[in-house]
Design a protein around this ligand. Structure first.
Ligand code: SF4
Ligand code: FES
Length: 236
């Protein structure tokens, strides 16, 4: 059985390989599907739902659903993009995101998706949560105001035995990301930097020198999120 299969995305026929996710197949064909909880080299979890697409009328997450031959996928539609915009708006009103004063401005995926979906005033009311900034760790500062609970740090930052450095603490609406106290002693400079980089927003920031590229010249300051994927175009 050939590993090459054909699917359609928004009516365009593209080739891909069996075993890939819809997100991967779209990206290799120059088609952007937004993601937040998904990150390269970490098993997808499907928690943020921003990558949702329609397959035969069913809403499925593109980051966790594998392609099948003949699959017909709806992605770039007004309905789906409005739903994605609503997710971005929900995340903005649920946390406290002050982009002009955030060290991650210009390379923050949430901010970049806000621009991509032309978010102006969110349709939901701001919750004005009171959340802490924790700066006790000598290497990393954690700003709970900005955390979008994507679990990328939990799933992606681990020691050599596969034990996570981060975990959720507290319950319900008080849940926060916690840097495990025992594990924190093992956090190298390299892992601390990886934690800052895997975070899609500015919730984990290195103490001392943070980002090398100044605001105004960062990835999403110069080009909209997804434009690098779309610039590659399709493969068939
Ligand atoms: S700290 Fe960052 S990576 Fe971790 S859950 Fe929060 S937003 Fe995601
Ligand atoms: S990116 Fe697919 S559910 Fe979050």
């Amino acid at each position: 059985m050939s590993n090459t299969i054909k699917i359609t995305i928004d009516g365009v026929a593209v080739e891909t390989t069996r075993g890939k996710t819809i997100f991967e197949a779209a990206r290799e064909n120059g088609i952007f599907i937004p993601t937040l909880c998904n990150v390269d080299n970490v098993k997808p979890k499907g928690s943020c739902r921003i990558c949702s697409v329609y397959i035969s009328g069913r809403l499925m997450t593109a980051c966790t659903t594998q392609v099948e031959d003949g699959m017909e996928i709806e992605n770039d539609t007004a309905k789906l993009n409005d739903m994605r915009k609503a997710i971005v708006e929900l995340l903005f009103v649920e946390g406290n995101h002050f982009c002009p004063g955030c060290e991650r401005s210009g390379s923050c995926e949430l901010q970049a998706l806000g621009y991509r979906f032309l978010m102006m005033v969110p349709r939901f009311s701001f919750l004005f949560q009171t959340r802490d900034i924790e700066a006790t760790n000598p290497k990393l500062m954690k700003d709970n105001n900005r955390c979008i609970m994507c679990k990328r740090c939990i799933r992606g930052i681990k020691d050599e035995d596969g034990k996570s450095f981060f975990a959720f603490a507290r319950r319900g609406h008080k849940v926060v990301i916690n840097l495990d106290r025992k594990q924190a002693a093992k956090l190298t400079d390299d892992l601390a930097r990886q934690a800052m980089e895997i975070c899609p927003v500015g919730a984990l920031i290195l103490k001392g020198k943070g980002f090398d590229v100044p605001i105004g010249r960062r990835k999403y300051d110069t080009k909209p999120i997804g434009s690098d994927v779309e610039a590659k175009g399709g493969n068939c």
